[in-house]
Design a binder for this molecule. Structure first.
Ligand SMILES: *Cc1c(COP(=O)(O)O)cnc(C)c1O
Length: 490
C-alpha cells in the first residue's frame, strides 16, 4: 500500500514514510492510494474477536510495510488494560432501540483523542526504526485543551522523542490546565502562552516554517514534528472503533449481519468522521454519517450549499474542541469526492487562502450528500439535550456528545450510534448546568456530577487538584523559539 499527496505534489511513499513525515512537505495530506476492502467472510470472523484483533486486521491492510510482529507490538503497547479502563476499549451504551452511545473516552485523558494518540507514538517510533532514521524528534503542539494532554500522555517517556505543548494561558479550562501541568515523564514540556489559541497556533506554525531555525536544529540532528490529526498515523487507529461498534451490535442481537447503521459524530477538524468514511469504503454497512457542529456551523452550511466560507463570526462555545473554522481533514474527503482530482483541489484551496472561501461543483456536492448529513446545535439546545437525556435515560452526556445527540434526534434515520468524544467529567461546569445546577468551581462540579449521576469520577480528573504542578513555564509568542531552544538545551 502506497500513500499519495492530495495536492499531487509528492512521490508515492510507504506508510512508515507517510507517518514519519506527518504532512506532505510541499503542502497537502497523505492518503492511501486505494482503500482496501474487508469481505463478508473476513468481517464475519471478526465479530467475536477483541478490539486488539480488529485493530490488527485493519492495520494489516494499510500498513503493508509493517510485519505482523511489528503490528502486534504497537497494539500491545497502545491498547492495553493500563491505558484503557474498559476491556472493550470503546463500550456501547444503549439508550433506546434507535439510539446508542459509543464511549470513546476510556483512555488516560478522558477524551476521544486518546484512541489515536495512544497509538501514534508507537507507530512513529516503529516507522523511524524501519526507515533507519536516527534523529531526535521534537513534537510541537499548540492546543486549545484536549489535544495537549492526550499528546503528552501518548508521547511521555518515549525514547528518542521530546514533546513541547503550548497552550493559551487564559484559553483552557481549569481542569485542562491542571491535566497538562501535572504531567510527569522525562520528555514532557508544557508552556503557558500569553495570548489566545490563535497566537499559540501561529507561533507554532512560524517555528515550523522558519528554515533558519530548522537548519539550526538539523545541525544538532533534531527534527520537528507535529501530533495533530493531519498525520495518517492518527487517522488510521480511528477506523477501528467504527467496525467494533458494528460487531458489538451484531453480537448483542441489536442488528442483523449486514444491516446498515448510522453514526452521529461531533465534528471539529473532520478527523473522526473521516475515519468512519474510510470504514464504510472498506465495507462497513453504513447508511449515513451525521456531521454535527455547534454554533460554528461552517460545515453544516458547506454540506447544504457547497460553499465553504470562513469569513464569519467565530463563537466560543461550551463544546470548545469543536470551535474550528478550518477543518483540515475535509481536504482528504474532498479529494475522494472528486475522484482524486488534485487540480480541482489545488484550485479550491488556493481560493480559500486568497479569499477565505471556495465553492465546489454540483457533482461533488451531490456525492457528498449521499454519504453525509450535516446539522448543528446551539448552546441552549446543548444544555437542554444534556437535561432531557439524563431525565429520560439516566445517562450524562458531555457538551460535545450532546451536540451530536441533538442533531441525531432531529433526524429519523433508524439506528444511530453517537460517537461520545469526551467524559462529562471533563467539562463539568457546563454539564452540571445542563443537569440544572450552577457551580463555578470545576472540581466541585465534578464531585456534584458524581453525586447526582452515581457514576465514578473519571481517573483523568479525580484528585487532579491535589497533584503536584510540574510545569510552570510561561512565554509570549515572540519568545517561543527561544523557549524551544532552552528546553532542548541548545
Ligand atoms: C477533538 C475533539 C472533537 C473533534 O474531533 P475531530 O476529529 O477534530 O472532528 C470533538 N469532541 C472532542 C471532545 C474532541 O476532543
Amino acid at each position: 500500500m502506497k500513500y499519495i499527496s492530495t495536492r499531487g505534489n509528492y512521490e508515492k511513499v510507504n506508510s512508515a514514510k507517510a507517518i514519519t513525515l506527518g504532512m506532505v512537505p510541499n503542502g497537502g495530506l497523505f492518503i492511501p492510494e486505494s482503500i482496501p476492502k474487508l469481505n463478508t467472510e473476513e468481517m464475519d470472523k471478526m465479530i467475536n474477536t477483541s478490539y486488539q484483533e480488529i485493530t490488527a486486521n485493519i492495520f494489516n491492510k494499510f500498513l503493508t510495510d509493517f510485519t505482523n510482529d511489528e503490528i502486534e507490538e504497537v497494539i500491545k503497547k497502545a491498547y492495553n488494560n493500563v491505558n484503557f479502563d474498559d476491556e472493550d476499549l470503546t463500550p456501547i451504551k444503549k439508550l433506546n432501540d434507535n439510539l446508542y452511545i459509543m464511549e470513546l473516552w476510556h483512555g488516560p485523558t478522558a477524551a476521544f483523542k486518546d484512541m489515536a494518540l495512544q497509538m501514534l507514538p508507537h507507530l512513529l517510533i516503529k516507522s523511524k526504526e524501519k526507515l533507519n532514521a536516527k534523529e531526535e524528534t521534537v513534537i510541537l503542539v499548540a492546543t486549545s485543551g484536549d489535544t495537549g494532554k492526550a499528546a503528552l500522555e501518548g508521547f511521555k517517556n518515549i525514547e528518542g522523542i521530546k514533546i513541547i505543548v503550548f497552550y493559551p494561558e487564559e484559553g483552557v479550562s481549569e481542569v485542562q490546565k491542571l491535566q497538562m501541568n501535572t504531567t510527569n515523564g522525562n520528555n514532557t514540556y508544557v508552556v503557558a502562552l500569553k495570548g489566545n489559541f490563535d497566537d499559540c497556533q501561529t507561533g507554532v506554525k512560524n517555528i515550523f516554517s522558519d528554515n533558519e531555525f530548522k537548519a539550526k536544529l538539523d545541525a544538532e540532528n533534531i527534527k520537528l514534528s507535529s501530533a495533530n490529526s493531519i498525520n495518517w498515523g492518527r487517522l488510521l487507529p480511528q477506523i477501528v472503533y467504527y467496525f467494533k461498534a458494528y460487531f458489538d451490535l451484531v453480537k448483542k442481537g441489536e442488528i442483523k449481519k449486514g444491516e446498515k447503521i448510522n453514526f452521529s459524530v461531533p465534528t471539529g477538524n473532520f478527523g473522526n468522521i473521516l475515519a468512519g468514511y474510510y470504514a464504510k469504503r472498506m465495507g462497513l454497512p453504513v447508511n449515513k454519517f451525521i456531521c454535527a457542529s455547534n454554533e460554528n456551523k461552517i460545515l453544516t452550511d458547506f454540506f447544504e450549499t457547497g460553499i465553504y466560507d470562513t469569513k464569519r463570526e467565530f463563537h466560543k462555545t461550551m463544546s470548545p474542541s469543536m470551535d474550528i473554522l478550518i477543518s483540515s481533514n475535509l481536504e482528504r474527503f474532498l479529494f475522494e469526492m472528486t475522484d482524486k482530482n488534485s487540480e480541482k483541489l489545488n484550485g479550491w484551496y488556493d481560493k480559500l487562502q486568497k479569499t477565505g472561501k471556495f465553492q465546489i461543483d454540483e457533482e461533488s456536492l451531490k456525492k457528498m450528500k449521499e454519504i453525509i448529513i450535516a446539522g448543528f446545535c446551539d448552546e441552549k439546545e446543548t444544555l437542554k439535550t444534556i437535561n432531557e437525556t439524563y431525565n429520560k435515560y439516566n445517562y450524562v452526556l458531555d457538551t460535545h456528545t450532546s451536540v451530536a445527540v441533538k442533531v441525531a434526534n432531529d433526524l429519523k434515520l433508524g439506528k444511530i450510534i453517537v460517537n461520545s468524544t469526551a467524559s462529562p467529567y471533563k467539562f463539568s461546569t457546563n454539564v452540571l448546568k445542563g443537569l440544572g445546577e450552577k457551580m463555578q468551581d470545576e472540581m466541585k462540579a465534578v464531585e456534584r456530577i458524581s453525586e447526582i449521576s452515581k457514576t465514578e469520577i473519571h481517573r483523568a480528573v479525580e484528585g487532579i487538584d491535589k497533584k503536584e504542578i510540574i510545569h510552570k513555564r510561561k512565554t509570549t509568542q515572540n519568545e517561543m523559539k527561544k523557549v524551544v531552544l532552552e528546553i532542548l538545551g541548545k
